[in-house]
Design a protein around this ligand. Structure first.
Ligand code: FES
Length: 129
């Protein structure tokens, strides 16, 4: 945490189940910010609810496993499958996807969400803003 950040209680641990999320508005030092808190693989991640594309509410769209296309040796499609080891959020405005654990677009890693430190103890979740 930097000297300008402060921890804000955003909810109970039970509010963010595995593969779930909680979206909250927090009063930050430069004004309110909306943050999406996600849990995946038992860890919490907090991202600003502002898409790197055109500012849409990236944290409030669908949460889906990454879709991968399997190819044969001649690069012909063998179909699509869900990769349960990678979880994405899908921005509801134009469908840009972000890895819940990195905040980055899988095909355009230069497109990323702003992250916030997040901590959990005593059954409560706190985000530093
Ligand atoms: S604003 Fe999110 S995909 Fe366009």
């Amino acid at each position: 945490m930097t000297t300008t950040e402060r921890l804000v209680d955003v909810g109970a641990s039970d509010d963010v189940p595995e593969r779930g999320r909680l979206v909250v508005e927090i009063g930050g030092p430069t004004g309110p910010v909306t943050v999406g808190v996600f849990r995946f693989g038992g860890r919490l991640y907090a991202w600003e609810n502002r898409c790197a594309h055109q500012g849409g509410p990236a944290c409030q769209g669908r949460i889906v496993s990454r879709v991968r296309e399997r190819l044969d040796d001649e690069r012909r499609s063998l179909g699509l499958r869900f990769d349960e080891d990678v979880l994405h959020m899908v921005c509801p405005w134009h469908g840009f996807e972000y890895d819940v654990t990195t905040g980055r677009h899988p095909g355009r890693p230069d497109l990323a969400l702003r992250s916030f430190p997040v901590a959990e103890d005593g059954g409560r979740i706190r985000v530093a803003v």
